[in-house]
Design a protein around this ligand. Sequence first.
Ligand code: ATP
Ligand code: MG
Length: 568
Amino acid sequence: MRVSEMFMATQREIPADAEIPSHQLMLRAGLIRKNASGIYSFMPMGFRSYKKVEKIIREEMDKAGAQELIMPALLTAETYQASGRWEKFGPEMFRLEDRSGRPFCLGPTHEEPFTEAVRDCIRSYKQLPVTLYQIQHKYRDEKRPRFGVIRAREFVMKDAYSFDCDEEGLDISYQKMYKAYRAIFDRLGLDYTIVDADSGAMGGSGSQEFMVKSPIGEDGICFCDECGYAANEEKAECMTPEQDTSAELPVEKIHTPGVKTIEELMAFMNAQPSEFVKTILYNIDGKIVAVMVRGDREINETKLGNLFDATEMNLAAFDDVERITGAAVGFAGPVGLKEKIEVIVDREVSVMKNFIVGACETDYHLKNVNIGRDFTPDRIEDVRTAVKGDKCPRCGKPLGTARGVEVGHIFKLGTKYSDALGCIYLDREGRSNPMVMGCYGIGVSRTLAAIIEQNHDDDGIKWPVVVAPYSVIVIPTKVNEEENMNLAEAIYKRLQDEGIEVMIDDRNERPGVKFKDADLIGIPMRITVGRRAGEGIVELKYRAGGAVEEVSLEEAVMAAKSLVRSAQ
Ligand code: ATP
Ligand code: MG
């Protein structure tokens, strides 16, 4: 490709909402263009890399025996009603109506239509197992679209679904996908971790996520170097510590005027946040509940939502809090609630003694509160997020934490969807059984961004060769000098003839400008035709690093060939 003829979508001004390197670089290098919040176009340069990610995914899925098809993105409400997900998806689902008022949605994930297709086409155990997949746009009205294509509202997912006769069959299908996923992320050169994941809204038994390690990751990962345990922090279990056996002290009501934050309260009371228990009111599908965790802990909303099989969960509205506690917001506690609501106490709090809580009275707190004597929880549950140093739920050693971007998710669904949608088969004895399912997703567009997160520097992207839009860029420094240009054209042609994806920057620009652009778009190899063009000598430089080498045309071609071969 000639840069002079190329549709370059590079952008000088980066919008303020592009907070992370991959988002900024994808915009600057013109890989993507924003159409609306969470909605992006892939521009020519970005689309080339995107297709390479897709190709690797496709190759490994096919190798694992999965069969590709394509389903509609526009789906009827009925498709999701039998499974209950028409309601369950809540506001995340994009809903619309046809001209006669019939409800539709844009598919957020496709368990239901795949289950229907298999139900209608497969009768016998002889036709099982089968794994189907598609690479397609998905639609989710994310609460907070951000980070460009990492959390978009329209994005591309590879989604696969396996159908087996029994659990043993599912284990085999799941293992095949596990292996395929490892092969995919290995080939993409990503540094990733596989973690136990929450089963969330999908239902089902086991699931694992493929996390690309990155400081910008939205997911927290808890891991144990001792036994190899690794889990999403949404899932990582917090064990109950030892019971505090201190003597129970008498409750004291403390006047705490104007104290707003935990820090202010702690300073006022000369106490540590770990001696305080915060009481937070949630509205879970219309029901208000109180959740109590230690002052220095975070409530884990995934764990909490799972307890209630929640569809919509938010902090309770101010007026609900004020009515139920009889106090201004900030003074909630378990003692003296004006209405009976369910009180859920975290495991860690359940063994504490003499803690501080809000007094359900404006400007007051209670000191030396004790469970059993002063209030009785309705439930004791694991509702906090694990933190660094917590005991590993498997071996008891301290956990470490890291951040990750979830690029893939594999999931043992069991019979949730086959039961709901009647996806059955006849076994050897002629009996009907529900098929046992698994589902497997990869965020294709998110993966591309994750690759950039792990492969960039201040100058731009450093594409791994496998996904680089072009492998080589040839830069003539003086396009108006015949000798210079002829050699550049000769190399360009040779590389094209060798089947190497190559660009030539034939613009009449200063070399500095061309080098800057080549670095920004991250082409792995740069061949510069400069002052020794007359001798047939060019300069070779790798975007990955290293010094400039002076080589002959033939040597440059050889180097390009071996670079490309190394990536196959
Ligand atoms: P997340 O927790 O990040 O919202 P999820 O658990 O909702 O992800 P799945 O339903 O398992 O995701 O979807 C499969 C894959 O699709 C994810 O592993 C991720 O790579 C990708 N994905 C999910 N949501 C988005 C999104 N909003 N934008 C881009 N990719 C996404
Ligand atoms: Mg999600």
